[in-house]
Design a protein around this ligand. Structure first.
Ligand code: SIN
Ligand code: FE2
Length: 212
């Protein structure tokens, strides 16, 4: 029996240089979660302060050679976790391989991430529209992996006021943006309450970047 395909589950171009890969991380979900637990045991989730002194609602950690941090002094990449003074946990091989395979599937062969930001969203958590622009050069793409509760990802233009697409990202989805889309504004609408079979009441996002 053939099943009627109501939705095209394959890769979807969302802008020039930007692609949505539904389910690209699904086969590794349990292994990814185990690795996230290991990383966040060493570098726990915390709520960073914005340069303006506001507490971010997204809780964050990092792994890799450097990690994204924010405080009163600004946004930047740091070699060590400010909480412990120790280097960030190494990027698990599984993470790196997933990021490279997603980048290659999106047309960015040779991506070598040196930073992985781990974002945790609980119901009500949101991330306002922003550009990823703290990296040394913008030739490498951003690779973003969604796990747990679904979320609405806003994907806008190069100006903050440009209209934004709303992509309903599900567990296992990956979005890659680079090239002409590298500096597009993006964000996440407030997470809706719910229960995910593997993650419970949360969403975790992995953002892979070449920071240096
Ligand atoms: C980010 O822009 O850093 C995270 C995006 C997401 O959580 O999907
Ligand atoms: Fe971002």
């Amino acid at each position: 029996m053939t099943t009627l395909a109501l939705f095209d589950e394959g890769p979807r171009a969302i802008a020039d240089g930007a692609i949505w890969l539904p389910g690209h991380a699904l086969a590794q979900d349990r292994a990814l979660l185990a690795a996230i637990e290991q990383v966040t045991a060493a570098a726990p989730f915390r709520h960073l302060e914005t340069p303006g002194g506001l507490r971010m609602s997204v809780a964050m950690s990092n792994c890799g050679a450097c990690g994204w941090v924010s405080d009163r002094r600004g946004y930047r990449y740091a070699d060590t976790d400010p909480l412990s003074g120790q280097p960030w946990p190494a990027m698990p091989t599984l993470f790196r391989e997933l990021a490279c395979s997603a980048a290659a599937a999106a047309g960015y062969a040779g991506f070598e991430p040196d930073a992985c930001l781990i974002n945790r969203y609980l119901p009500g958590t949101k991330l306002s529209l922003h550009q990823d622009r703290d990296e040394a050069d913008f030739s490498a793409p951003i690779v973003s992996v969604s796990l747990g509760l679904p979320a609405v990802f806003q994907f806008g233009g190069l100006q903050r006021a440009d209209p934004a697409q709303r992509l309903p990202l599900a567990h296992g989805d990956v979005v890659v943006w680079g090239g002409n889309s590298r500096l597009r504004f993006h964000g996440v609408l407030a997470l809706k309450p719910g229960h995910h079979p593997l993650l419970g009441e949360q969403r975790i996002n992995l953002t892979f970047r070449r920071a240096r």
